[in-house]
Write a protein that binds this ligand. Structure first.
Ligand code: SF4
Ligand code: SF4
Length: 304
């Protein structure tokens, strides 16, 4: 297979067991049209490469400063600073760093390169009824690459799961559905105004696409992120349960408790973290939400 199509990818995770059935390879696409306050992959939001400097790992050897061909790394009071105007993203500083304190997140990959990574673990998929999961970011931001990747995996008889926010043009979503075996579909909030406030987009398109997918016969697992103080009120849980149980395509609902582990990533990427005041939900809160959703005759699972 030879093709010039490329995608922007920020990670490929092997042996994933929380991203769909069995053992899976999860391909993380870069770029997302949402900006959820609780996003745990802030490095995925932009389509462009991110430079990540972890000062806690830095041993102060200055190898990066010496090696940079553009004098883009400055030292100030014992701290390093990258100058945006001079850095050409050649990644030399990351290659020479002995402490893995510098990392560049995101790279352009061809379809063949991604498929080659996925097919390395075909044996595990066969033994565990697993496959590939496409996640992000939002994979629907790169629809042509996504379609071609799903087609390639389909030709290889690899089970295909798509982890999505559902925020995309409906015709595109339906074309993707014809190439997808299972959707992991986020329902973050049922109220359009609150959805807009906490994610940057309304939920209207997302809800329309969910209904269209169900009508078209897609198999869907709803993913509900539990974000205390934002979407855990009784009314929102009831509306989520009522909608999910009304859709024949929905085969279950996964509750994903907020874990707050991305704080260092936000700091090191220089991005604003809106979730500093959000607390992790207690076991009691999770159990109560699970019971409330189960009352809608839904198969509820805590975790991915
Ligand atoms: S990516 Fe290249 S240009 Fe930028 S700071 Fe590192 S070595 Fe310098
Ligand atoms: S090469 Fe790595 S460890 Fe050395 S100063 Fe640069 S970032 Fe720090």
């Amino acid at each position: 297979m030879t093709t010039a199509i490329t995608g922007e990818i920020f990670d490929i995770k092997k042996y994933a067991i929380h991203d769909g059935p069995g053992i899976r390879t999860t391909v993380f696409f870069k770029g997302c049209p949402l900006s959820c306050w609780w996003c745990h992959n802030p490095e995925s939001l932009s389509m462009t490469t991110h430079r990540l400097y972890r000062p806690e790992r830095c041993i102060g050897c200055r190898e990066c400063v010496t090696a940079c061909p553009n004098d883009a790394i400055l030292e100030f009071e014992g701290k390093l600073q990258w100058t945006a105007a001079d850095c050409r993203y050649c990644e030399t500083c990351a290659h020479v760093c002995p402490a893995e304190a510098v990392e560049f997140i995101g790279r352009t990959m061809t379809l063949d390169e991604v498929v080659a990574e996925i097919t390395k673990d075909t044996l595990f998929y066969d033994q565990s009824s697993g496959g590939v999961t496409i996640s992000g970011g939002e994979p629907l931001m790169q629809p042509i690459f996504l379609m071609q990747l799903l087609d390639a995996c389909g030709q290889l008889r690899i089970h295909r799961t798509l982890d999505t926010s559902g925020h995309a043009d409906t015709q595109t979503v339906l074309k993707i559905a014809a190439r997808t075996d299972l959707f992991l579909y986020d329902l973050k909030h049922m109220d359009p105004e609150k959805h807009y406030r906490y994610t940057g987009v309304s939920n209207e398109t997302i809800l329309t696409n969910l209904q269209q997918l169900s009508r078209q016969g897609a198999r869907i697992i709803i993913r509900f992120p539990v974000i205390p103080g934002i979407n855990t009120d009784k009314e929102n849980i009831d509306r989520t349960g009522a909608l999910a149980s009304s859709l024949p395509g929905v085969i279950g609902i996964n509750i994903l408790p907020y874990h707050g582990t991305a704080e260092a990533k936000y700091r090191n990427l220089g991005l604003k973290n809106h979730a500093t005041d959000i607390e992790r939900p207690s076991g009691d809160v999770i159990a109560s939400i699970a019971r409330q959703l189960e009352s809608y005759d839904l198969e509820v699972k805590i975790g991915g």
